[in-house]
Design a protein around this ligand. Structure first.
Ligand code: URA
Length: 210
C-alpha cells in the first residue's frame, strides 16, 4: 500500500498512546487530535505545489516571494473531522472549508450522506479530507466518490489519526490514487465496525456524548 503513509514520528506515537487511554478526558482528547492534526498535516502538505510571485525586499536583499500554487479545500467529515480543522487552517489560512456529513448506519455499517456543503462548481484545486478514523473504509470510499463526482481531478489526500488495515486496503483497492497520512494502523476491526485497540468512538469522546 504505497499510498499509505503511516507516521513514524515519535510525537505522533506518544500522543496516540494517550488518546487510546479510556481515562483521557474530552478536553485532552480534543487537544491531542489538534496536535496530531498539525503533525500529520506537516507530512501531508510536503509536496504542495508552489509558485514564485512578486519581488519583495528583506532588510538585506531583494527576493522573490513564494506562494501556494493552487487553492486547497479542507473537507472535514462531520462530526469528528472538525477536530482537525483548526490545525489545518492555521497552517493553510487560504484554504476553503467544505463540510460533508456522513454517518455509518448502525446495522448495515453502510455510509449515509446527510449533509453536503460543496458548492455547485468546484472552487478548489486539491482537497485534503479530515477524518480521524478509517474503520471499514466505507465512509472514506463514499467521500472519495462524492469528491470525484463533484469534479476533483487531482490526488485526494486523507489525514487520519487511526485506521484499520482492512479499511485502508478497501480504500486503496477501490481508489489506488488516494493518499492517506495516518498516525497509526491497527489490525483488528470488531463486529460493530470499531477499530481494536483503536480510540473508541472518536465523536463521542471528542464531544462527551458517550
Ligand atoms: N469510528 C470511530 O469513531 N471509532 C471506530 O473505532 C470506528 C469508527
Amino acid at each position: 500500500m504505497s499510498n499509505i503513509h503511516a507516521s513514524r514520528h515519535p510525537l505522533v506515537a506518544h500522543k496516540i498512546s494517550i488518546l487510546r487511554n479510556k481515562n483521557t478526558k474530552p478536553k485532552q482528547f480534543r487537544e491531542l487530535l489538534h496536535e496530531i492534526g498539525h503533525l500529520l498535516a506537516y507530512e501531508a502538505t510536503a509536496d504542495l505545489p508552489i509558485k514564485q510571485t512578486v519581488t519583495l525586499e528583506s532588510p538585506k536583499k531583494v527576493y522573490t516571494a513564494t506562494e501556494l500554487a493552487g487553492k486547497i479545500g479542507l473537507v472535514p467529515i462531520l462530526r469528528s473531522g472538525l477536530s482537525f480543522v483548526n490545525a489545518l487552517e492555521t497552517l493553510i489560512p487560504s484554504a476553503r472549508i467544505l463540510h460533508l456529513g456522513i454517518f455509518r448506519e448502525k446495522v448495515s455499517l453502510q455510509p449515509v450522506e446527510y449533509y453536503n456543503k460543496l458548492p455547485n462548481v468546484p472552487n478548489v484545486d486539491q482537497v485534503i479530507v479530515l477524518e480521524p478514523m478509517i474503520a471499514t473504509g466505507g465512509t472514506a470510499i463514499a467521500t472519495v466518490s462524492i469528491l470525484k463526482d463533484w469534479g476533483i481531478k487531482s490526488k485526494i489526500k486523507f489525514i487520519t489519526a487511526c485506521a484499520s488495515k482492512l479499511g485502508l486496503e478497501k480504500l486503496t483497492e477501490k481508489y489506488p490514487d488516494v493518499e492517506v497520512f495516518v498516525g497509526v494502523v491497527d489490525g483488528i476491526l470488531d463486529e460493530r465496525g470499531y477499530i481494536v485497540p483503536g480510540l473508541g468512538d472518536a465523536g463521542d469522546r471528542l464531544y462527551d456524548t458517550i
